[in-house]
Ligand binder design. Structure first.
Ligand code: EPZ
Length: 429
């Protein structure tokens, strides 16, 4: 299995192109199941999760053509996918495929909306808590689906089609909101979703669905109204830039020091994280090409942060912030409010010498002057990249094992970082 070797200590200087957002690309690809016509997605990142979802959609009979790099195209341009779900040949999403990626469970919504039935294995995904699907099932039941669970599969049926309804989410859920919106597009009548997730990826998917002929109002706010239509058309849509990748590299340069242009990044997608970085001592400047992050000389200042749904500080940047705070000049506190078990990186960061204590949902980090490189391993995607950030700033060599987690969500990570002066290489055994 591949490993990543880092020799820490170099400042990062240069330009990092930001890829399309994984967490928009995945539901956008799934939305392709809603139409018989072709959905063309541009700026899709080349990631293991995208390839895995291609396999899952292929199993339902979806044809996906991936256009290669065009002559003259920018080196890091994402891929273009042509997704054609003219004939859905199978409405079962099997355990072998779904257990490897949680978001693939979301196919239940378009399958049910268009084919009036779906049989989808309960999901797997990152080890960051129990991550139930009760709210997704609640939303589909409100829309008139009959749901049973048998042998590890969720079996959903709506023989006469789905019917518009009011769906009140008791807690903010990104997955629940995606599923409710997708299912409601082809339901008869009006659906009102309250306490909806406001994440930018929800808005991106709704924009694409509206291009396909859906009638969705209010996406990006807590109240979304969907007027059902009989069918959806093909469309062309560009995936928005990845705010978590942006925040990750912004934290890396804040930690190592240096001056990096995050090309194509959009500051409004991660303002809360940029504010925290400014508090920590980074200089964040917005320009026509994206966001420029610099830290020269001054030390890293400690912060107190709680994760929260958008527009709050994202849980997907919590591990990376913890790595940064391991070198702050004082004690920081980070509280995780979204997932109950998203602290698997704490014991790995300790291998670098980080001083972190946990009390329930809150981690207290006593910053030290310098981390020391170490062999490390992580259990989820964002935790893995926090170890890379720590390794970039640490003295000496770090070996990050289980690189497949990184490949699920960070496109050409080592290429992008080494282009900015980091000593980082992939070792394939
Ligand atoms: C999405 O997961 C993202 N995944 C996650 O990113 C991200 O951490 C998360 O949203 C929060 O922003 C994708 O977009 C593919 P939720 P999701 O439904 O949709 C609970 C990454 O690293 N809940 O908003 O699964 C749940 O347990 C990943 O890229 C229920 O209780 O998250 C959690 O505590 C990791 N019942 C909270 O809600 C349900 O039926 C928020 O989950 C559904 C969720």
């Amino acid at each position: 299995m591949d490993r990543i070797r880092i020799v820490g200590g170099a400042k990062l200087n240069g330009t990092i192109p930001i890829s399309g957002a994984k967490n928009a690309a995945l539901p956008l690809m799934i939305a392709g199941l809603l139409s018989e016509e072709t959905l063309i997605l541009d700026n899709v990142p080349r990631l293991a999760d995208v390839a895995q979802l291609q396999r899952i959609l292929g199993n339902h009979g979806v044809d996906i053509m991936s256009a290669g790099k065009r002559p003259g195209a920018r080196e890091y341009q994402g891929q273009t996918l042509h997704i054609s779900a003219a004939d859905i040949i199978d409405t079962t999403a099997p355990y072998e495929l779904v257990s490897r990626m949680r978001a693939s469970f979301w196919v239940i919504a378009p399958l049910l909306a268009r084919m009036h039935e779906a049989r989808v294995s309960l999901p797997g995904g990152c080890a960051i808590g129990t991550r139930p699907v009760d709210l997704l099932i609640m939303a589909l039941e409100k829309l008139g689906a009959e749901i049973t669970i048998d042998g590890g599969y969720v079996i959903a049926k709506a023989p006469g089609g789905l019917k518009g309804a009011t769906i009140e989410f008791p807690k903010v859920t990104v997955s629940g909101t995606h599923v409710a919106v997708m299912a409601a597009t082809l339901a008869r009548g009006t659906t009102v979703i309250t306490n909806a997730a406001c994440e930018p990826e929800i808005l991106d998917v709704a924009d694409c669905l509206n291009k396909m002929g859906a009638r969705i109002l209010g996406a990006g706010t807590p109240r979304i109204v969907v007027e059902g239509v009989v069918k959806l058309n093909g469309a062309r849509h560009t995936v928005l830039p990845d705010r978590i990748e942006t925040g990750t590299y912004a934290m890396a340069v804040t930690m190592t020091g240096g001056d990096v242009q995050l090309a194509g990044a959009r500051p409004e997608l991660l303002q809360s994280a940029l504010d925290v970085l400014t508090q920590a001592g980074a200089v964040v400047a917005v320009n026509n090409e994206g966001i420029r992050v610099t830290r020269n000389g001054a030390g890293i200042r400690p912060v107190k942060v709680s994760t929260a749904p958008f527009p709050g500080f994202p849980t997907d940047l919590q591990a990376q912030l913890m790595a940064l705070m391991a070198c702050a000049g004082g004690a920081s506190r980070i509280t995780e409010t979204i997932f109950e078990n998203r602290f698997m990186h704490v014991q790995e960061l300790a291998r670098f010498g980080a001083r972190i204590s946990l009390d329930g949902e809150t981690a207290t980090i006593d910053g030290i002057a310098r981390l020391r490189g170490a062999p490390v391993m992580a259990t989820d995607l964002r935790a893995s990249v926090s170890l890379v950030i720590a390794g970039l700033a640490a003295e000496g060599e770090t070996m990050v094992n289980r690189v497949y987690h990184l490949d699920r969500g960070f496109e050409r990570l080592e290429e992008k970082l080494s282009a900015c002066g980091a000593s980082i290489e992939r070792i394939s055994d």
